[in-house]
Design a protein around this ligand. Structure first.
Ligand code: NDP
Length: 277
């Protein structure tokens, strides 16, 4: 029997997840099927229940259902609890386990893919939406010296930061929130976790936020965003979020199948294709 998985979202047509998981399944010789499930905006629970009742083994959850998915699972993992958002549901032993692999995907891409160690670094995250919530726990676990969350709507950055300050596990990192216009220091790593790049925009950043040798990382993938162009002009090294996308999928695959697929060939395959397109 082929085990069935899917990515659930609205919209979902653009998702690369079926291709990524098909490549993982070929490489690891796992007999799985992986499709796209478009759920109505008010129909996430019904879509999940139907898929599960029909024998589905798990789903990836994407926009806009990551927050709703947390309420749906019996047991959330620590990253999902801290993020209050879930991107992977695992249907197992009559229960629904919830995970958030976005942050693990990011940190794996930074450290293994790009050779950038987060430890003791000054890190700036732009944006305070669902993506930022998902990466906070794994990023802090990598023990940066400082973590600043900047956002247009400052209250959201404060709320997010408040969830992590005072947590003894992350006591070695100074965690603060800031408006963009108050940023006046240099950072070793600047992560653009806003959706601004999708509309060819970027947050209002002053020159001088990139330290010498800094890495600028845009979570948007397969696009040369205004943020990446600005970072290049400032002399920073740059990366888009394609590696993160594949690494978060690999972490989900490992949760479901108990084995870690290779990610480098899949990133290269998708990179070649998106450069050609
Ligand atoms: P949300 O809608 O939850 O949050 C969007 C964020 O972007 C908010 O902080 C918002 O600020 C900010 N923003 C939007 N437009 C602008 C602008 N013009 N100037 C400044 N700030 C802006 O989205 P998510 O957090 O879920 O996703 C963010 C991005 O990350 C998306 O582009 C998504 O595709 C990408 N992503 C990539 C992944 C990967 O694997 N590579 C995984 C997950 C997400 P405000 O609060 O003020 O409105």
């Amino acid at each position: 029997m082929t085990d069935r998985y899917a990515v659930v979202g609205n919209p979902v047509a653009h998702s690369l997840s079926p291709e990524i998981h098909a490549a993982f399944a070929r490489e690891t010789r796992q007999d799985i099927g992986y499709g796209k499930l478009l759920a109505p905006l008010d129909g996430f629970s019904a879509a999940i229940e139907t898929f599960r009742a029909e024998g589905g083994k798990g789903v990836n959850v994407t926009v806009p259902f990551k927050f709703e998915a947390l309420k749906f699972c019996n047991q959330p993992g620590p990253e999902a609890s801290d993020a209050q958002a879930v991107n992977t549901l695992d249907f197992r032993d009559g229960k629904i386990f919830g995970h958030n692999t976005d942050g693990i995907g990011l940190v794996t891409d930074l450290e293994s893919g790009l050779g950038f160690s987060v430890r003791d670094k000054r890190v700036l995250i732009l944006g305070a939406g669902g993506a930022t919530a998902g990466i906070m726990h794994p990023l802090l676990s990598a023990r940066p010296h400082q973590l600043v969350v900047a956002n247009r709507t400052l209250d959201k950055a404060h709320d997010l930061v408040a969830r992590f300050t005072g947590n003894e596990r992350f006591a070695l990192t100074k965690i603060t929130a800031s408006p963009y216009e108050a940023l006046n220091a240099a950072f070793d790593l600047v992560i653009n976790a806003t959706s601004a790049g999708l509309r060819n925009e970027m947050p209002a950043l002053a020159e001088g936020i990139f330290a010498a040798g800094a890495l600028a990382y845009d979570m948007v993938y397969a696009q040369h965003t205004p943020f990446l162009a600005f970072a290049q002009q400032q002399g920073a090294r740059t990366s888009d979020g394609l590696g993160m996308l594949v690494e978060q999928a690999a972490a989900a695959f490992e949760i479901w199948r108990g084995m870690r697929p290779q990610t480098r060939p899949v990133i290269e395959m998708l990179r070649t294709r998106t450069v050609r397109a």
